[in-house]
Design a protein around this ligand. Structure first.
Ligand code: FAD
Length: 412
C-alpha cells in the first residue's frame, strides 16, 4: 500500500476493526481531543457500509452517547422507538401464546429505553463523522500481526504496510485475530445454536411493540422497524438454522409463520437471511501493555437480551474517557496503569452480562415442562413487581452500574 499523504510516523491510537464499536471509539477520541492522531483499519470498503441489511437495538444510554457525538440527531428520523415489550413462553404447536411479562418502554419520561436502528444508516453516519474529524482510514486493509516495544507498538497489515502507535485497540470482532496474537485467553463455549437474522413486512402496524417468544429451540424476537416492518432474530439449533437459511422461500416463509403467528396480518420477506453461530466468548484480560480489547473482541454473548453491541458502546465510552483524561494529564496512552483503569471499569460488568445471558438461554431454550412451569411462575412474579421491572428497564437502557460520561449524555 502506498503511504498516504500526511500519515503520521507515529499515531496515538490505531484501531483494528471499523465496525460499530471501532468507528464510535474513533469519533469519541477525536471529539474528546482533536489533537490526538487516530487510524482505523478494516478489510471492508467503507463506501459499502450502507449495504448492511441488519438492524440493531440501541439502548437509551447508547443513543445519549451518539447524541453527544453529534450522530444521533442526524439519523434519529430513521430509528423506531421501542414503546413496549412483551414476553411469551410456549411450545411451537400451542395455539395461544399467553403473555407472561410486559414492559412499558421508557427509561425516563419521554425517553424510550431502546430504538431499533438500521445498520445501513448508522454505520455510514459514524464513518462520515470520523472522516470529518480527521481519522485516517486504511480500508480495505487487514491487521495481520503486531509487535510491542517499550514505547510503541507496530502493526503490520496484510499488504505489508506498517503502522506505529502508542496504543493498539483491537475492535476486530468475536473471532479477534489480534486478541489471539496477544496471547489473551478466553472463557469460551458454543451454544450449538445459530441466530437467523432477517426482515419482514407485515400487513398491520406493530405500534412500536417488541416481542420475545421463548420457543423450545430458543428465543424468537420480533423487533419493530419504521413502517410495517420488523427485524427478526430467530434462534434454532445450528443444523436447523443452516437448513432453513438454505431452504426455498416457500419453506422458509412457512416455518417463519409458524413462529411469528398471524397477529400482524400477512407476512412478506423483505431482505436476505443469514445465520450467525452463537456462543459465549469472554476475554480473561481486556488489556496488555500498549494493547486493549473492545466490543465483541472482548466479549461475544448470546443475543437473547439484545445487549452485545450496547456492551461494546459502554467499552467505547469508558475507554475514551480514560484515554482523553490520561492525555489531559500528559500520560502515555499505552501505559499499562492507564489501560488498567479501563479494564477495572469494564471487566466485571461484562462478565455479569455474559453470565446473565448464559443462564437465561439455558433456562429458556428447552422443552422441559418442569422448567417451563418454574420459569413462567418467575416471569408472572416479575410482572407483578413494578420495582423489579423498573430495575430491568434501567439495566436494558444501559444505565445500571457506574456509567461513563458519554453514556449519560455528557461530554468527556
Ligand atoms: C443474531 C445477532 C443479533 C444481534 N442483535 C443485537 C442487538 O439487537 N443489539 C445489540 O446491542 N447487539 C446485538 N448483537 C450483537 C452485535 O451484533 C455485536 O455485539 C456487535 O456487532 C459488535 O460490534 P463490534 O464492532 O465489536 O464487532 P463487529 O461488528 O464484528 O465488527 C468487527 C470489525 O472488525 C473487522 N475486522 C475483522 N478482522 C479484522 C482484521 N484482521 N483487521 C482489521 N479489521 C478486522 C470486521 O471487518 C468488522 O468490521 C447481535 C448479534 C447477533 C449474532
Amino acid at each position: 500500500m502506498a503511504r498516504k499523504k500526511s500519515v503520521p510516523d507515529m499515531f496515538d491510537v490505531v484501531i483494528a476493526g471499523g465496525g460499530y464499536v471501532g468507528l464510535s471509539l474513533a469519533v469519541a477520541l477525536k471529539q474528546g481531543d482533536a489533537s490526538l492522531t487516530c487510524a482505523v483499519v478494516d478489510p471492508k470498503p467503507m463506501e459499502d457500509l450502507h449495504k448492511d441489511p441488519r438492524a440493531s437495538a440501541i439502548a437509551a444510554a447508547a443513543s445519549r452517547m451518539l447524541s453527544q457525538l453529534g450522530i444521533w440527531q442526524k439519523i434519529d428520523g430513521e430509528a423506531q422507538p421501542i414503546n413496549e415489550m412483551i414476553v411469551t413462553d410456549s411450545k411451537l404447536r400451542d395455539a395461544v401464546r399467553p403473555v407472561f411479562l410486559t414492559f412499558g418502554g421508557e427509561a425516563t419520561e419521554g425517553e424510550p429505553f431502546a430504538h431499533m436502528m438500521p445498520n445501513g444508516v448508522m454505520m455510514p453516519a459514524l464513518y462520515k463523522a470520523a472522516k470529518a474529524l480527521g481519522v485516517i482510514f486504511f480500508a480495505p486493509g487487514t491487521a495481520d500481526s503486531f509487535r510491542s516495544h517499550p514505547d510503541h507498538v507496530e502493526l503490520t497489515l496484510e499488504d505489508g504496510a506498517l503502522l506505529k502507535s502508542r496504543l493498539l485497540v483491537a475492535a476486530d470482532g468475536v473471532r479477534s485475530r489480534l486478541r489471539d496474537l496477544a496471547g489473551i485467553r478466553t472463557v469460551n463455549w458454543d451454544y450449538g445454536q445459530s441466530g437467523i437474522v432477517t426482515t419482514v413486512k407485515h400487513e398491520r402496524p406493530h405500534n412500536g411493540r417488541a416481542e420475545e417468544h421463548f420457543l423450545p429451540a430458543g428465543p424468537f424476537a420480533i423487533l419493530p422497524l419504521p413502517g410495517n416492518r420488523s427485524s427478526l432474530v430467530w434462534t434454532e439449533k445450528t443444523a436447523d438454522a443452516d437448513r432453513l437459511v438454505r431452504s426455498d422461500d416457500f419453506t422458509f416463509e412457512l416455518e417463519l409463520e409458524r413462529r411469528f403467528g398471524h397477529h400482524l396480518g400477512t407476512l412478506e420477506l423483505d431482505g436476505p437471511r443469514r445465520a450467525y453461530p452463537l456462543g459465549l466468548k469472554l476475554a480473561r484480560d481486556f488489556v496488555k501493555p500498549r494493547f486493549a480489547l473492545i466490543g465483541d473482541a472482548a466479549h461475544g454473548i448470546h443475543p437473547i437480551a439484545g445487549q452485545g453491541l450496547n456492551l461494546g458502546f459502554k467499552d467505547v465510552a469508558a475507554l475514551a474517557e480514560v484515554l482523553v483524561n490520561a492525555r489531559r494529564l500528559g500520560q502515555d496512552l499505552g501505559a499499562f496503569d492507564v489501560l488498567e483503569r479501563y479494564q477495572r471499569w469494564r471487566r466485571f460488568d461484562t462478565f455479569q452480562m455474559g453470565v446473565v445471558t448464559d443462564v437465561l438461554n439455558r433456562l429458556f431454550s428447552n422443552d422441559n415442562d418442569v422448567l417451563r412451569a418454574v420459569r413462567d411462575f418467575g416471569l408472572g412474579l416479575v410482572d407483578r413487581m413494578p420495582g423489579l421491572k423498573t430495575q430491568f428497564i434501567k439495566e436494558a437502557a444501559g444505565f445500571a452500574g457506574p456509567v461513563p460520561k458519554l453514556l449519560s449524555g455528557e461530554p468527556i
